[in-house]
Design a protein around this ligand. Structure first.
Ligand SMILES: [Ca+2]
Ligand SMILES: [Ca+2]
Length: 191
């Protein structure tokens, strides 16, 4: 878990020229000192995903100390997240060697959400966005040996410490981690 987190921060460093969340802290609206995360609403049929996303976002908000995380009654701002859909779609298809049908070699599971960061003090949205992220999975038993870069970080199978576990569940977990990262980046780069 610690390793995964470290890697996530490294990734953010690698792909944004300023390093991670820290340097963006100074660009937050000055009258916003605190944030409250409303319970995540889940409109998809997937069980447990709202609690999972909520836990991850709260963990990063608290650990990175971006804004003070408080109850909604005393917060300057509120983050409302609605998971609108979770979709599995074929990404690569090939001819089956054993039948005349085509087979799906790689699936992508995409998590989409509406994310509104609301300024409680001024009664206006700071942003209102539709965000989505995906994870990939194949037809094997474990993502450690599917020759797919399941979390799209440039490392495949044994090169990647994060790639182990059952295919769809792991791919969804990657989508949740990536969406968490995206929401935090949106909050820190709004102003
Ligand atoms: Ca990977
Ligand atoms: Ca893999």
């Amino acid at each position: 878990m610690v390793l995964r987190k470290f890697k996530l921060i490294l990734l953010v460093c690698a792909f944004s020229f300023s390093c991670g969340y820290y340097s963006l802290k100074g660009s937050l609206p000055p009258h916003i000192k605190s944030i409250s995360l409303s319970p995540v609403i889940n409109e998809s049929a997937e069980f447990g995903v709202s609690e999972n996303l909520e836990t991850k976002i709260n963990e990063i908000l608290i650990s990175e100390n971006i804004l003070e995380v408080t109850g909604e009654d005393i917060a300057d701002s509120r983050l409302n997240i609605t998971i609108t859909s979770i979709r599995d779609q074929p990404y690569t298809i090939s001819a089956s060697s054993t039948s005349s049908y085509e087979q799906v070699d790689e699936w992508r599971i995409t998590l989409s959400a509406n994310v509104v960061w609301y300024d409680i003090t001024r009664d206006v949205p700071l942003f209102d966005k539709r965000l989505s992220e995906w994870g990939a999975y194949g037809t094997g038993l474990d993502i450690h040996s599917d020759k797919i870069d399941n979390d799209n970080d440039g490392f495949i199978d044994e090169e990647d410490d994060d790639e182990f576990g059952s295919p769809r569940e792991s791919a969804l977990e990657f989508a949740i981690i990536k969406l968490t990262e995206k929401v935090i980046t949106e909050v820190t780069s709004t102003w």
